[in-house]
Design a protein around this ligand. Structure first.
Ligand code: FAD
Length: 217
């Protein structure tokens, strides 16, 4: 299937669309949280999940007891989005005020993965969120594996919208006697880690690992 379809062709503000797969991978690799939609009886729900990209698939996991995850694993069509917020756009008008963002949307059907492939997927998700941790932490035991459902959504039908640049003000507002004299611009917004905080039951003589100190956003 071609990656951009009639369903995923961006019509509104198409100048913000990117069909470059490298751009998509950069967004998926930068995000930590995806929203996955699923119908719960007659109610559409968007479930926030941790995820990771592995080649041409997006991996996420949940409880085998979750009806929503079971619905997805049974082939319910879904939409997965990843949104990175990069700034607030402060225009002269309320109408043109907006946001800088990178926003990916994938359509498709997820399937459950198992065995060694699932273990590799769990390692991939952990390493995406907590780089360096998998080698040091205890790996999932059989009971934990049994309680975990890992799903893969192929990267096949997708769209990507990238928003940046100055406010797109009406020329009349820029030259207006009143509104041409108010500040306009962009206020960047970025995510960052704070200083690591030791858990109450972690002995004082264990120092923060180098791989944790190295985490940057
Ligand atoms: C952080 C953030 C805040 C936003 N705030 C607003 C807001 O307040 N009001 C508003 O109207 N819009 C907002 N948008 C844009 C919004 O997501 C839609 O792109 C927009 O509303 C156009 O919708 P549409 O159905 O007319 O798009 P169309 O262009 O008709 O959609 C066609 C196809 O384009 C793709 N597509 C549409 N939007 C996106 C997207 N954001 N990312 C990736 N693919 C996409 C989908 O595959 C969709 O099926 C925001 C986006 C982001 C990321």
């Amino acid at each position: 299937m071609s990656e951009t379809t009639e369903r995923t062709r961006i019509r509104r503000l198409p100048e913000k669309a990117s069909t470059d797969r490298d751009d998509l991978d950069r967004v998926l690799d930068a995000g930590l949280v995806a929203h996955v939609t699923v119908m719960n009886h007659d109610v559409p729900l968007a479930i926030p999940v941790a995820y990771a990209r592995r080649g041409d698939e997006v991996l996420f996991h949940g409880s085998t007891g979750s009806r929503l995850f079971r619905t997805l694993s049974e082939g319910a069509p879904t939409c997965l989005t990843v949104t990175l917020l990069d700034g607030l756009v402060v225009a002269r008008s309320a109408f043109e005020s907006s946001m800088h963002y990178r926003s990916a949307m994938l359509l498709g059907t997820a399937s459950r993965i198992s065995g060694d492939d699932e273990l590799d997927a769990l390692r991939t998700i952990t390493e995406h969120l907590l780089p360096g941790r998998w080698q040091e932490c205890r790996q999932p035991n059989p009971k934990e594996r049994a309680a975990t459902m890992t799903l893969s959504l192929p990267i096949e039908e997708w769209s990507l919208k990238l928003s940046d640049g100055d406010p797109d003000d009406e020329p009349a507002d820029v030259t207006d006697e009143t509104y041409g004299r108010i500040w306009a611009g962009v206020v960047p917004l970025r995510e960052e880690f704070g200083a690591p905080r030791r858990s109450a039951d972690c002995p004082d003589d264990i120092s923060v690992p180098e791989y944790v100190r190295a985490w940057r956003r």
